[in-house]
Design a binder for this molecule. Structure first.
Ligand code: PLP
Length: 460
């Protein structure tokens, strides 16, 4: 047995990490002089690092994932019990937890019908793109192959997901990209592309139609949008936006694919973000919060209409969705997802998210009154962003280093917050909060108080 797994010698762990681990999204040069951060335990909203320091995690595992909080024995036990019964079989065959979770999920997604399992948000989005391409071939002679994506949105890390990336700093240096992806303008009113507008949401949606008409509606198969942009600046949709987007898509026979990888499973106080905006999607992808990081699982959920397009001609050997995800057959994912969903329900976490979201909103707006550097406060539920500007009039973003200094100061205080990171050149200036859906007033006070102190010190 590898004794290191159970080692208590934390210095050895740190040295092994320094010598062998390639961390995600990280420049490693600083690790020549400082220790890499290692997180060793978690309970509720709190995590402990290798030196025993406690942190309040206002980011749900760094990337808005651990929706139900750390240390859930109920999920761990469900995974263990399932693994002993059956850990894996390729998902060309069904499984008990897969079938149970799919029904429970569809019950919470009126209008949707079918669940396709895989492992990550990127992969779920890739599957959706593949379906759009195959539908183009099956129904439109290959013409309706283009997929629209929005400036500031992110859909994953693979080359094709990066082809649909509205955050240039994520994509740069990784091209050439997959052809057939076309960008539409963002919908952040604070950074309005058309100056002050009476009806910004409708204007931003109409800008999508301008792109559709320019490209040719008969060439566009789908649009992929986050219900609320996450890493591109935490952008709730403006009034009138989604209704207009939906009308435009229906008019031009364009499928609506909503990327719920961040908002799915309760982040903004409904099972899915789109359910707050009156939109009826054709495809929905989800990952992070589906099992809160207790197991790797992602889902692509489609309507019955989309599903039916893949079973029209059983005599044609190429007629069906010829795709597989090996680990989409792991049973730990749906077993964890069943318990995760039960926890959200049993503990009334959607209601808590709405109530605590209101409280967080109130506290952040009060914080804005005290700190002139906070140009904009925006969000919904337990998902907020604070855009920092060096001048409220001109809305000049603060230098990235200052936004990062606020995050570092909070970390020193034992509070983990985030900042938009390697996203848009010059606009990595939005502080981000997405605590677990179990957060209470005391937790939120601790988070906001730490930000208050940090902002005071950094922008003295
Ligand atoms: C909106 C959105 N979609 C997709 C992804 C990709 O998910 P994953 O990292 O699981 O591939 C992310 C990841 O942050 C995301 O924020």
């Amino acid at each position: 047995m590898d004794s290191l797994i159970f080692t208590n010698d934390i210095d050895e762990v740190i040295e092994n990490d320094r010598a062998h681990i390639w961390h995600h999204l990280t420049q490693h040069k600083p690790f020549e002089t400082v220790d890499p951060r290692i997180i060793v335990g978690g309970k509720g909203l709190r995590v402990w690092d290798a030196r025993g320091k406690e942190h309040v995690d206002a980011l749900s595992g760094g990337v808005w994932t651990v929706n139900v909080g750390y240390g859930r024995e109920r999920i761990a036990n469900a995974i263990r019990d399932q693994l002993i019964k059956l850990n894996y079989f390729a998902h060309s065959a069904g499984s008990i937890p897969g079938s149970v979770f799919a029904r429970q999920l569809i019950e919470r997604m009126p209008g949707m019908s079918r669940v396709y399992f895989q492992n990550s948000g990127s992969e779920a989005n890739e599957k959706a793109f593949k379906m759009v391409r195959q539908i183009a071939h099956k129904r439109h002679g290959g013409r309706k192959y283009k997929i629209l994506f929005r400036e500031r949105d992110y859909h994953g890390t693979t080359i094709t997901a990066l082809s649909a990336c509205g955050q240039p700093q994520r994509a740069v240096q990784y091209g050439p990209f997959t052809p057939g992806f076309v960008e539409v303008p963002h919908c952040l009113e604070y950074r309005s592309q058309w100056g002050p507008c009476e009806d910004y949401g409708v204007r931003a949606a109409r800008a999508i139609e301008d792109v559709i008409l320019r490209e040719g509606p008969d060439t566009i198969g789908a649009i992929c949008l986050e219900p609320m942009t996450a890493g591109g600046g935490v952008i709730p949709p403006p009034e009138g936006y989604w209704e207009t987007v939906q009308d435009i898509c229906r008019k031009h026979d364009i499928l609506i694919h909503i990327d719920e990888v961040v908002c799915g499973l309760g982040r903004i106080g409904s099972w899915f973000g789109y359910q707050q905006f009156g939109v009826k999607p054709d495809m929905v992808t989800m990952a992070k919060g589906v099992a809160s990081g207790y197991a790797a699982i992602a889902c692509l959920v489609t309507t019955e209409d989309v599903f039916q397009m893949f079973k029209t001609d059983p005599d044609d050997p190429l007629d069906y969705f010829r795709d597989i995800s090996t680990f989409g057959g792991c049973t730990a994912g749906p077993a964890a997802a069943i318990e995760n969903m039960a926890i959200v329900e049993d503990e009334d976490l959607l209601a808590n998210t709405l109530a605590m979201g209101d409280y967080l909103d109130e506290r952040l707006r009060a914080l804005q009154d005290c700190h002139v550097v906070i140009g904009d406060v925006r969000g919904r539920g337990l998902f907020y962003g604070l855009e920092l500007v060096s001048d409220r009039e001109s809305r000049e973003p603060v230098p990235e280093s200052q936004a990062q200094a606020v995050v570092a100061d909070c970390m020193n205080q034992g509070v983990i917050i985030g900042v938009t990171n390697r996203s848009l050149p010059g606009f990595n200036n939005t502080l981000c909060l997405s605590p677990a859906l179990i957060a209470n007033r005391d937790d939120l006070d601790q988070i906001v108080d730490a930000m208050d102190a940090a902002l005071g010190r950094v922008f003295r």
